[in-house]
Design a protein around this ligand. Structure first.
Ligand code: NAP
Ligand code: ZN
Ligand code: ZN
Length: 352
């Protein structure tokens, strides 16, 4: 076992504090990664605040992890010592079920093992995430990160990136499609970049008028203010696809009215109840669909990372030292970030 320094929430809703814990030494199929950057995902807040039900404490959050490989087991082929590597939201799955066999480990029928706030498949060892100096993960759940990627901006790809890339690919978004991305945070701004890279006409659908100034830089063709009823009515029935990243339960009715006949709204943000209730007419008229999507499988995560390297795509980040993590969490909760906080993990080594 190896002693690791990190930051943890010791209880629900308490600030993160320095925390030391143990990780396994790398086994024959394992990759050991010295963590360089970890993104702060809104899911970190949801889990530490127990928004999604009882959680495991102490909790070391973080599932947008980029680092340098410091050791590999003898059977590892994907990366070698010195390479850059990434770890996302999951570190294991059953590997036998139909979902795992289809490279959709996130839908593992036995349940994927989350990078943190979970128990490893031995049934006893807690998993700890990327707000820490090192991580040891089995090769299947590690991606190779091409050297050409900007590492700070690449960290959020491991969750925000794949969560938006995967549904846009699944619904075959491309030239000729008008796509709306709802909620311009960590996920949303990546959704805009991917939809644009796939050739779609992209509309940022936001509650924050000031984010409109960034539309061009992010790659959006239009900005639609969701609180402007008149502007929403003008665009009714005109979208081929909507990706909804809003992090809390909300009223879907105004968004459903934006869809064309047979078009789909895909939820990735809200896990809780969507209120007020959806009017049946909003789905029946126009044969519209509501769907959802969960991160992406490991093969698709590698495909997404390679796509980003080829097309020069990365997240727009504000880099913070780990000592400022609680401040960053407070700002994220207040929707005050453009567009993703990333922790520079060198601060953990220097500050300790
Ligand atoms: P984020 O950075 O906080 O962005 C969310 C955005 O939604 C905000 O920037 C804001 O955009 C908008 N928003 C916030 N509160 C709102 C409200 N009450 N009503 C309407 N819009 C609101 O969060 P994130 O990290 O992108 O994560 C978004 C959600 O996705 C979280 O719930 C997270 O847990 C979830 N998630 C899901 C998956 C998955 O696999 N499905 C993966 C990762 C994260 P505007 O200012 O533009 O309105
Ligand atoms: Zn996440
Ligand atoms: Zn499985």
């Amino acid at each position: 076992m190896v002693q690791i320094r990190g930051y943890a929430a010791l209880h629900a809703n308490t600030p993160l504090v320095p925390f030391t814990f143990e990780r396994r030494s790398p086994g024959p199929h394992d990759v050991e990664i010295e963590i360089l950057y970890t993104g702060i995902c809104h899911s970190d807040l949801h889990q530490a605040h127990e928004d999604w039900g009882p959680a495991l404490f102490p909790m070391v959050p973080g599932h947008e992890i980029i680092g340098r490989v410091t050791a590999v087991g003898q059977h590892v082929k994907k990366v070698k010592v010195g390479d850059y590597a990434g770890v996302g939201c999951m570190v294991d799955s059953c590997r036998r079920c139909s979902a795992c066999e289809a490279d959709l480990e996130q839908f593992c029928e036995e349940g994927m093992t989350l990078t943190y706030n979970a128990v490893a498949r031995d049934g006893v060892t807690p998993t700890y995430g990327g707000y820490s100096e090192k991580i040891v993960v089995e090769e299947r759940f590690v991606v190779h990160v091409p050297e050409t990627l900007d590492l700070e901006g690449a960290a959020p790809l491991l969750c925000a990136g794949i969560t938006t890339y995967s549904p846009l690919r699944h619904w075959k978004i491309g030239p000729g499609d008008k796509v709306g991305i709802i909620g311009l945070g960590g996920l949303g701004h990546m959704g805009v970049k991917f939809a644009k890279a796939f050739g779609a006409h992209v509309v940022m659908i936001t509650t924050s008028p000031e984010k409109g100034k960034d539309a061009k830089r992010l790659g959006a063709d239009e900005v639609l203010l969701s609180r402007d009823g008149e502007a929403m009515a003008e665009q009714a029935g005109s979208f081929d696809f909507l990706l909804d990243t809003v992090p809390v339960g909300h009223d879907l009715n105004p968004y459903m009215a934006l869809l064309k006949r047979d078009a789909t709204l895909c939820l990735v943000g809200a896990l809780d109840e969507l209120t007020p209730a959806l009017s049946g007419g909003n789905v029946i008229r126009g044969r519209r669909s509501i769907s959802g999507s969960l991160i992406g499988g490991m093969a698709e995560t590698q495909e997404m990372i390679d796509f980003c390297a080829q097309h020069g795509i990365a997240s727009d980040v504000e880099v913070v030292p780990i000592q400022k993590v609680n401040e960053a969490w407070e700002r994220l909760a207040k929707n005050d970030v453009k567009y993703r906080f990333v922790i520079d993990m060198a601060s953990l080594r220097q500050g300790a």
